[in-house]
Ligand binder design. Structure first.
Ligand code: PGA
Length: 253
């Protein structure tokens, strides 16, 4: 089967709401003619979501939030729930990014709760996993990734996993300009697909989308996205510039 390629931007804490709308208005013209198997997603700050969802209407751009809380509502000052995101028309939620794990105490367990809440609200999760340089050098990458993903997926049905995106992002490659080699990226993405085949079944593993993330550029995207277990990218820095993001979305042109 052929899976679609998902080019998802992760803007992190960049762009104001008005800058975001201006950017998406320009982006939708640029990506109107991407190949039909390519899906373009922008992952934007919470305050940008209403304007971006509105700007993206009628285009082929999908919208992601960068985090969410697992409860529907309640006394959680400063948090945003899945119900709030779904009500806006958000399609995806990035969950468990390494920056959230490092700076905001995100754990495998909170990732799992958020993934359930994401599905309960009719959205799809982009679940991030990845090892530090130290862990890679210690040779524990595959074990660590398997552990992160096993917990992230706990309690999900096969149908939900088939609708999941997992982003493999080696921490040492994020924002550093050090892209993992194609072989390193493919190797870990294959570990993830094999794990899902083990936990679920071959059909579910075939349907799962796996992205590579970490310093992806227009120049590295073609080779990365051609790998058998890599179905696109989660793109930080290069998703903030129209030319760079367009080049990635049109990697095969
Ligand atoms: P980068 O970020 O492309 O700037 O390395 C990727 C990410 O953190 O998702």
């Amino acid at each position: 089967m052929s899976r679609r390629i998902i080019a998802a931007g992760n803007w992190k804490m960049n762009k104001t709401a008005s800058e975001a709308v201006e950017f998406v208005n320009a982006l939708k013209d640029r990506v109107a003619d991407v190949e039909s198997n390519v899906e373009v997603v922008v992952g934007v700050p919470f305050v940008c979501l209403p304007g971006v969802v509105d700007a993206a209407k009628g285009s082929n751009i999908k919208v992601a939030a960068q985090n969410m809380h697992w409860e529907e509502s309640g006394a959680f000052t400063g948090e945003v729930s899945g119900a709030m995101l779904a009500d806006l028309g958000v399609d995806y939620v990035i969950i468990g990014h390494s920056e959230r794990r490092e700076y905001f105490a995100e754990t495998n367990e909170t990732v799992n709760k958020k993934v359930h809440a994401c599905f309960a609200n009719g959205m799809k999760p982009i679940i991030c996993c990845g090892e530090s340089l130290e862990q890679r050098e210690q040779g524990v990458t595959a074990d660590l990734i398997r552990y992160q993903i096993k917990i992230a997926l706990l309690g999900l049905s096969a149908e939900q996993v088939a609708d999941t995106i997992i982003a493999y992002e080696p921490i040492w490659a994020i924002g550093t300009g050090k892209v993992a080699t194609t072989e390193q990226a493919q190797e870990v993405c294959e570990v993830i697909r094999n794990l899902v085949a083990e936990l679920y079944d071959a059909d579910t593993a075939e349907k799962l989308h796996i992205q590579y993330g970490g310093s992806v550029k227009g120049s590295s995207a073609p080779e990365l996205f051609a790998q058998k277990d890599i179905d696109g990218g989660l793109i930080g820095g290069a998703s903030l510039k129209l030319d760079d993001f367009e080049a990635i979305a049109k990697y095969n042109k």
